[in-house]
Design a protein. Sequence first.
Length: 212
Amino acid sequence: MQILKKQLLTLGAESAIYIVEYWGMTLALKWRPRKPYIHNEIDKLLRTSRTSRECKMLTFVRTLGVPTPAVHSVDIRNHLILMDFIEGQQFKQLVNTSSKKRITTLCHEFGKLLGIMHMSDIVHGDPTTSNAVVDMQSKMWLVDFGLAEKNATIEMKGVDMHLLRRAYETTHWALQETMLESTMEGYVEISGDDAEAVLSRADEIRERGRYH
């Protein structure tokens, strides 16, 4: 890929995301660099599989009605994904500057998006407020699908919801109850009766963690 301009947007534990100028557009370039502390072959396998999986899941989940960045190009060998740049803020950042009303509205939408995925037997794998972006029109987009999976079981969906709850507890502890309640309301709105089994399993998973 011949990038005309490149500016680092975020640097995480697994990847770096850049804002780039390409094809006359402002896009996002995600790169999974090598981790020197992991055996080279294992590291390469992980980066390749997660890059491939993310491309497929970003595209598939969009067909369900869940807003995700469109993928424009992928370079599996170099672990690069070129996708839409969503101009906005991480939901995580907005929580610290938004009114309680806005937070509950966004959490409700977050729950609905997870519900849509779960009803199609898809799990995100890392459903945290860091992986939701709110654009300038207050529309929520889900990102980072490197751990997403199809054909999800009740256990896998329960893990998704458990991870979400843990994210609220550790990152937004002062608002965790309000955020969790609104998220669950959105989730149940979409999932209906199917939500009971998933949320019960999430509670079981939480209890397991307390005794291990």
